[in-house]
Ligand binder design. Structure first.
Ligand code: DC
Length: 230
């Protein structure tokens, strides 16, 4: 059986942008009928709202005030990723805008903002079986998770995937632009003081460069089975 103190099952999927986390997490959550928690969407929602309200992104205290005063809500959808609401405002599409992508790492680097969002993430994972994706889900948010995955892929492949995704959504991005943005965000996320992007020591690392989403999901399901029979 999975070694676990609580009754809930927690699966974490961390890794750099474009490694396939959200696609895999959503598919896995659907298969297992677990709740999918997209923690990146929370950082994006705070970033979007701060930009809207003209809050300087280097003002940690103001960002914390914003984070604690808004009501962030994630609504699961059958065929698509969850919708995210901030004070009942649907930000699902807005948080994917390039402006938000460019600034979100700056907001996510504030330790006190992270503390508040981590509280919310833990609360959601306390009562539900979850698949949670992010950068620190296995290291900080749910250190006792039952199964921890760290997804990687080459920068070129991650940029290719992200470019397709963005352009399918109506944006016009070149591969070079997306590659530069991902590389910049990787460096920022890996080198920040607060919860840098690193695999948990007990995470299983999966390189998805040459794997289809279905193959990655199957690998994770096999890992879960292995753990169950331990
Ligand atoms: O996964 P994403 O691209 O939507 O994440 C957006 C940004 O938020 C990314 O630059 C890293 C940051 N992030 C984080 O620091 N911690 C998380 N748990 C999730 C995302």
């Amino acid at each position: 059986m999975i070694k676990k103190e609580e009754l809930v099952i927690q699966i974490t999927i961390d890794g750099p942008a474009g490694a396939g986390k959200s696609t895999i997490a959503k598919k896995l959550a659907d298969k297992l009928r677990f709740l999918y928690i997209d923690t990146g969407a929370m950082y994006r929602a705070i970033t979007y709202t701060a930009l809207q309200q003209g809050i300087p992104l280097d003002d940690e205290a103001a960002l914390v005030k914003l984070t604690t005063s808004v009501n962030l809500d994630m609504v699961q959808q059958k065929e698509a990723k969850p919708k995210i609401y901030c004070n009942d405002l649907d930000l699902t599409l807005a948080i994917r805008e390039p402006l938000v992508s460019r600034h979100v790492s700056q907001v996510a680097a504030h330790g006190l903002v992270r503390q508040e969002l981590v509280k919310l993430q833990r609360k959601l994972a306390q009562k539900n079986n979850v698949v949670m994706d992010g950068r620190d889900a296995g290291t900080v948010v749910l250190p006792n998770a039952d199964c921890k995955i760290f997804l990687t892929a080459s920068l070129k492949e991650r940029a290719r995937r992200r470019c397709l995704e963005l352009n399918a959504g109506g944006h016009r991005h070149t591969l070079e632009m997306v590659k530069a943005d991902l590389a910049r965000r990787d460096t920022y996320d890996q080198n920040r003081k607060a919860s840098p992007l690193i695999p948990a020591t007990d995470a299983v690392i999966i390189d998805t460069t040459f794997l289809t989403p279905a193959e990655v999901v199957q690998k994770i399901l096999d890992l879960i089975k292995e753990k169950e029979s331990d």
